[in-house]
Design a protein around this ligand. Sequence first.
Ligand SMILES: NC(=O)c1ccc[n+]([C@@H]2O[C@H](COP(=O)([O-])OP(=O)(O)OC[C@H]3O[C@@H](n4cnc5c(N)ncnc54)[C@H](O)[C@@H]3O)[C@@H](O)[C@H]2O)c1
Length: 357
Amino acid sequence: MTDLMVTGGAGFIGSNFVRHVLEATDCSVVNLDLLTYAGNPASLTGLDPNRHHFIEGDICDAELVGRLFAEHRPSALVHFAAESHVDRSIDDPGAFIRTNVVGTQTLLDAALDFHQGGHPEFRFVHVSTDEVYGSLKAGEPAFTEQHRYAPNSPYAASKAAADHLARAWHRTYGLPVMITNCSNNYGPYQFPEKLIPLILINALEGERLPVYGDGQQRRDWLFVTDHCRAILRVLEAGTAGRVYNIGGNAEMANLDVVHLLCDLLDERVPASRPRRELIEYVTDRPGHDRRYAINAERIRAELGWTPSVDFSRGLAETVDWYLANRDWWQRIRDGSYRSERLGVSRGVGQKVAGAGG
Ligand SMILES: NC(=O)c1ccc[n+]([C@@H]2O[C@H](COP(=O)([O-])OP(=O)(O)OC[C@H]3O[C@@H](n4cnc5c(N)ncnc54)[C@H](O)[C@@H]3O)[C@@H](O)[C@H]2O)c1
């Protein structure tokens, strides 16, 4: 691998992946990101400008995507770009269909042209989620790669559709695609609308801690760097056409995660009263899945990957990162991150990201 193309690399997992690739390999990265509200150039500061090339643009822009393939001739594409927040998908499903489905098709088409145009070694990793499998009942076995698809939210349905396209482009056209379905990630640079950073920051600021329903929804948590390691492993050694489930073997009820966060903060930044008292139960999200759990045996047995950070250590590291990087999340909270560009080198396809958020 020499040049990797990454989409969505200004988002949470994508920015962690870019950082990981630059640290762990000799590869250069071409990073295509539209800088929607979820994309933040401040997550990419300090990267070597000779090895990281940021392109502000849309994965749905076929002309731009085709040009990037021609200019950079990547050995692989790792596709993270997506609308990713379930609550937003309930309010505005159209944006999810556009980016997650049409955008994925645009990338698959461009990748196929490139692959068939004299680049047989090219590989495509499509990054997806365990939410495509729907919800498990208590005691049911964890999702394997054979589990039937049963997406329940517009977000999950759009990701499921994209997974099907990725599979079809392999089966029909022979594009070397691998699909990864991962459980909930947490760690540095996660946008504060998601559970862990939202609770962490609200708790730090002494604000109410909204918990959906009874807080007993169960998720399997994986530290983001472990997800990045898994994707790199799939890229290097995965079998074309294969699906790999990725999980942290750390199933927790949301309420227990909130309690842990409160306790970690109370230890580090004592407040006048225990932060657990800030918890407020709010009306549950419609269609809210009760439980996800991942069986990651295939990627362990075939590619030798296992998670390296256990949940208590990863959560403590995450709390410490948010405490040490207040500037990063405060600029998101006050909206100023949308108008700042913080010296990320940019190339063709620029569009001015809209203000607000
Ligand atoms: N966060 C999780 O827990 C999790 C778990 C499993 C899988 N995933 C998948 O991993 C991927 C990344 O998730 P994340 O949490 O980092 O998401 P994120 O919302 O933090 O980042 C998404 C990025 O994609 C960019 N983007 C959105 N629309 C675009 C477009 N049309 N063209 C170019 N760029 C665009 C955004 O600007 C942003 O930088 C997604 O595909 C998601 O489905 C996430």
